[in-house]
Design a protein around this ligand. Structure first.
Ligand SMILES: Nc1nc2c(ncn2[C@@H]2O[C@H](COP(=O)(O)OP(=O)(O)OP(=O)(O)O)[C@@H](O)[C@H]2O)c(=O)[nH]1
Ligand SMILES: [Mg+2]
Length: 297
């Protein structure tokens, strides 16, 4: 029999779009490993954030997932499949609810799926910093009928209650080896994180449906002799008519996004970054399997 001095576990973070899953992951990890926006469907792939307790007794591998919703495109379907697929490898699930919204059919559908899954479920009622106390209590008691492992009211934005979340999840870990070095924060390749940071800056400034039509791909990422990191990136939109909005008047939008992204990228790489960002039209990329493959979904 194998004996382990350490404990570890994979935790899937699931819930409807925009409930704060990625904010929770960043808060637990203590670093920005996942991008955040006020728009639903921000996260598009499973991003792993890693939390190792300071005494190095336990390692949690947090798997941030896209919000579960009614799919309307091939991309939407892939995202939902991705989420439910992540449950197969999960030792525990953190099911996130938004305290500012009543529990709806979307939440119930997810809850029913989770009841059939093997992994134990901890429910986090998030955004309590902006929700009425009464609403939080009501939601806790309604969710309590699902009979999951534990219920924790939190504010990921204010990092309130995160120690409770950690405690509940650690209790569900089994003896086992660490999957990553104790100081690791994420398993995400630099290319992907860089593309995500650029997309985040766009999400913050584009209106209407455009965010869903946008994908960012890193064509090249290299460290030059002088230590500067050079990144060549393309923002894809679906229609010629959208190109103008992504570029902006006189190139203002693409320039501002580039400037903001560079600040985050320089923090990420710890060095000066030279970012070349251009815009291309790739018709209906969300519905074409071949394009989704190429974009890494
Ligand atoms: N006030 C408040 N806002 C929060 C909290 N947690 C997240 N938010 C906000 O909610 C919005 C969505 O947060 P995300 O972390 O991107 O949500 P998500 O569940 O990952 O969304 P998808 O990836 O689209 O499924 C952002 O505007 C966050 O700043 C919180 O505890 N309090
Ligand atoms: Mg997210």
């Amino acid at each position: 029999m194998t004996h382990f001095d350490t404990r570890s576990g994979f935790v899937s973070i699931v819930g409807r779009p925009n409930v704060g899953k990625s904010t929770i992951v960043n808060s637990l990890v203590g670093e920005k490993v996942a991008i955040i926006s006020s728009r639903p469907q921000t996260t598009r792939n499973t991003i792993r954030g890693i939390v190792t307790l300071t005494d190095e007794s336990t390692q949690l591998v947090l798997v941030d997932t896209p919000g579960i919703h009614k799919p309307r495109t091939a991309l939407g379907e892939r995202l939902n499949t991705l989420v439910y697929g992540s449950l197969a490898e999960a030792d525990a699930v953190l099911f996130v609810l938004d305290a500012t919204k009543p529990i709806g059919p979307g939440d119930r559908r997810i809850a029913e799926r989770l009841m059939q899954a093997e992994a134990p479920v901890v429910v986090a009622v998030n955004k309590v910093d902006i929700a009425d106390k009464d609403k939080v209590l009501l939601q806790l008691s309604e969710a309590g009928e699902w009979d999951f492992e534990a219920y924790v009211p939190i504010s990921a934005k204010k990092s309130d209650g995160m120690d409770l979340v950690i405690r509940e999840l650690v209790a569900l870990c089994e003896p086992g080896p660490f999957f990553f070095p104790p100081d690791a924060k994420s398993d995400q390749p630099d290319q992907l994180l860089a593309a995500e940071l650029i997309r985040e800056k766009y999400l913050a400034r584009l209106r209407d449906e455009l965010p869903h039509s946008l994908a960012v791909v890193i064509n090249e990422l290299e460290t030059l002799d002088n230590g500067v990191v050079r990144i060549d990136a393309t923002a894809y939109v679906e229609r010629e008519s959208q190109k103008g909005m992504v570029i902006g008047k006189g190139g203002k939008v693409v320039r501002d996004v580039g400037t903001e992204a560079r600040v985050d990228l320089e923090r990420l790489f710890g060095t000066k970054v030279f970012l070349e960002l251009n815009v291309k039209v790739e018709k209906d990329w969300q519905t074409k399997d071949e394009l989704l493959d190429r974009m890494g979904f």
